[in-house]
Design a protein around this ligand. Sequence first.
Ligand code: ING
Length: 314
Amino acid sequence: MVRKVTIGGAQMGPIAPDESRDSCVARMIEMLREAASRGCDLVVFPELALTTFFPRYYEEDISRMDHWFETAMPNTATRPLFEAAAAAGIGFYLGYAELTPEGRRFNTSILVDGSGQITGKYRKIHLPGHSEFEPWRAFQHLEKRYFEPGDLGFGVWSQHAGLVGMAICNDRRWPETYRVMGLQGAELIVLGYNTPDTNTSEPEPNHLRMFHNHLVMQANAYMNACWVVGVAKAGVEDGCMLIGGSCIIQPSGEILARAATLEDELIVAVADLDACAAPRRGTFNLGRHRRVEHYGRIVRQAGIEIPADLSAAE
Ligand code: ING
């Protein structure tokens, strides 16, 4: 059986701080309609696709940020999106801020199938930025303040006749993200991102933002012989420029489709999931080539530990 999935990357332009969820959902439904007309089976929306990137704002009392979070999914604002997708028989990935009944806060994504059922949930594990107000920064990046690290691990789900994994934004910069899903057979990894175009930690040549964005997704698609789809929230949000560059990457590591604008823009490519098979028989036959007896540090250590005999020699 041929396993080809027509994938739509639904990049979104800026979401203003005062833009309603209804407006965001209407924009997403518009792209869903275009996706249906272009034969898409699956549409990938960005990270935190229902609101502006609110971790750029500092709030002493984080409960005053609750209005940026969803307490149910689907809910009144998002149900029209679920219904439009189900009517078109299109599955989708959606990123949003999750506030659980127990009061826990996560940067979350869901995978929804063509009948509008949620098949999978992921909570962002790698949270970048900082947790306290840092006045020297042009703008804040307070994901460590407003979200907990995800507690669901990196999972894969069966959808569109393949194995689909999810990640969110900063996760894409860490090889462990892809490898843990690759070791579960993930053939397609989908993720959304909000990436400011300036590094507020230290001066960095601006072109590196886009270079690193594609480098990490291309390299890890290749190293795990899987498709990777990265979809941006882009453009100037409340004075902060977010990079675009949404893309659909094949297991060879080559970019098959890429966004050209910083606006709402649908990119489309046909993903042959069986393209993962050849590299998995050869170069990236993980079981045949990996030597896990030498990889212990990767799970024992979070940070760098210089071997005692070397640090003594310093
Ligand atoms: N944003 C950025 C990202 O990882 C970042 C934060 C940018 C970290 C550049 C390091 C370098 O793309 C989110 N939301 O994770």
